[in-house]
Ligand binder design. Structure first.
Ligand SMILES: *Cc1c(COP(=O)(O)O)cnc(C)c1O
Length: 420
């Protein structure tokens, strides 16, 4: 098929610099742990205060240069009004860009604000997007229920089968939208092949990297055009705010910015402060999430009452080879597993566990555990759940940064209690 998309996205009309930015230092030569601490931090030159203040203001003094920027459509580069931009946003955006290896980023009031704004900014009326059913429920609902209202359309296909994805591409397709690691069965989207498909048909590739984060894989470095994250999860990591990010080329992010203004999902300065502060320990946290999860996945797989464990770091994972090459040994902090005795025993296990808290969401310092059949996949019928592999007794665990031995002992006592 010959898809003839126009070149609007690659046709750079105006020279753009990295940003918006508060200072000139670049941390690009450093590793993630260093970037996480230093990049984007704004140290106040007047008081000498170390660390980014919370700029709790809705508006800013206007001057010649702000008027000029507004007139020339460069409002994103100046402080004008906090929905447009705010130093607290710029600071954390820069840290996120540094970690993603992005030219530019925007922070949003939620992951869904980032996702919906990005998609609406990139699709035109009449255009089509290819995605999969293995995506976050909120995203699925947005694509399924809302795109058609804007005269846009979507096809849902497999996240793992490149041939099926290619077959879903139409003449009006503009975007391939997938998650790097899916919920709850932890399927991997083959990013390099997806990018090659995007190149072949001149499509934009958007990846939701919430389950992996840039610590485990940097999709932009593999040629993905845009990365979105729910910052509510690992990026913030403390289960105390809702936020989202979008990162990519300056040109693409400049295109998403006006959509953010219209939809109104900008991030509040106080949430920016919390996110930037939390990101300082990002590398430490992610290292521990990854290491704990691998060991707990091994422990569960060896347990006679656990029927099956889904974890990309296990040789039993269907895409373990892809996981090895794509994730570089960093397999994420998420595990799903099936317990003997179906949902009844799954509920029992949750009630006997002392450390993992029974809650939806993921990526916090505390372990969180839930049953997909009555949380993330609750809107599906039993048959639909079965069809996508949500079997009886499936449990989803977001492994926290607690002591590994404590977590394993807790699972040991809880499993002993269920099967005594
Ligand atoms: C939670 C989540 C979202 C939505 O993020 P919010 O911050 O809750 O709006 C999107 N994608 C994935 C993969 C998620 O886990």
């Amino acid at each position: 098929m010959n898809v003839n998309n126009d070149i609007w996205l690659n046709d750079l009309k105006r020279k753009r610099e990295q940003g918006p930015t508060l200072h000139k230092e670049s941390y690009s030569q450093y590793s993630d742990a260093t970037k996480a601490v230093h990049a984007g931090q704004y140290n106040d030159p007047i008081t000498g205060a170390l660390g980014t203040p919370i700029f709790q203001c809705s508006t800013f003094h206007l001057n010649e240069s702000s008027y000029k920027a507004i007139e020339e459509g460069r409002g994103r580069e100046k402080m004008i009004y906090s929905r447009y931009g705010n130093p607290s946003q710029w600071s954390v955006q820069e840290k996120v860009s540094s970690l993603e290896g992005a030219e530019s980023s925007i922070v949003f009031s939620s992951g869904m604000a980032a996702i919906s704004s990005a998609i609406l900014a990139i699709l035109d009326k009449g255009s089509h997007l290819v995605s999969s059913r293995d995506i976050y429920g909120g995203t699925y609902n947005f694509l399924y229920e809302d795109l058609y209202r804007y005269g846009m359309s979507v096809t849902f296909t497999s996240p793992t089968d490149i041939d099926a994805i290619e077959a879903a591409i139409q003449e009006n397709t503009k975007v391939l939208y997938f998650e790097a690691l899916t919920n709850p069965l932890l399927k991997l989207t083959p990013l390099k092949e997806l990018v090659a498909l995007g190149k072949k048909y001149n499509l934009r590739v958007i990846i939701d990297n919430t389950f992996l984060t840039p610590f485990n894989v940097k999709p932009l470095e593999l040629g993905v055009d845009l990365v979105v994250n729910s910052a509510t999860k690992y990026l913030n990591g403390h289960s105390d705010l809702i936020g989202g990010t979008a990162s990519g080329s300056r040109k693409l992010i400049d295109r998403i910015w006006p959509q953010m203004l219209k939809n109104g999902g900008s991030m509040d300065p106080h949430a920016c402060f919390l996110l930037e502060r939390s990101l300082k320990t990002f590398a430490l946290r992610m290292r521990t999430h990854n290491e704990n999860a691998l060991q707990i996945a091994r422990y569960l797989e060896a347990h006679e009452k656990i029927k099956r464990v889904y974890y990309p770091g296990l040789a039993s994972h269907e895409q373990h080879d892809l996981a090895k090459s794509q994730l570089n040994g960093k397999y994420s902090g998420m595990i799903s597993f099936e317990i003997d005795g179906g949902n009844m025993n799954a509920h029992k296990l949750l009630s006997h566990l002392k450390l993992p808290k029974e809650a939806t969401s993921l990526g916090g310092v505390e372990s969180l555990i839930s049953l997909p059949y009555n949380t993330s996949q609750a809107s599906l019928t039993k048959d639909q759940q079965k069809a996508i592999g949500i079997n009886e007794g499936l449990i989803r665990l977001s492994v926290g940064i607690e002591d590994l031995e404590d977590l394993i002992s807790d699972f040991e006592q809880a499993l002993n209690n269920v099967f005594k």
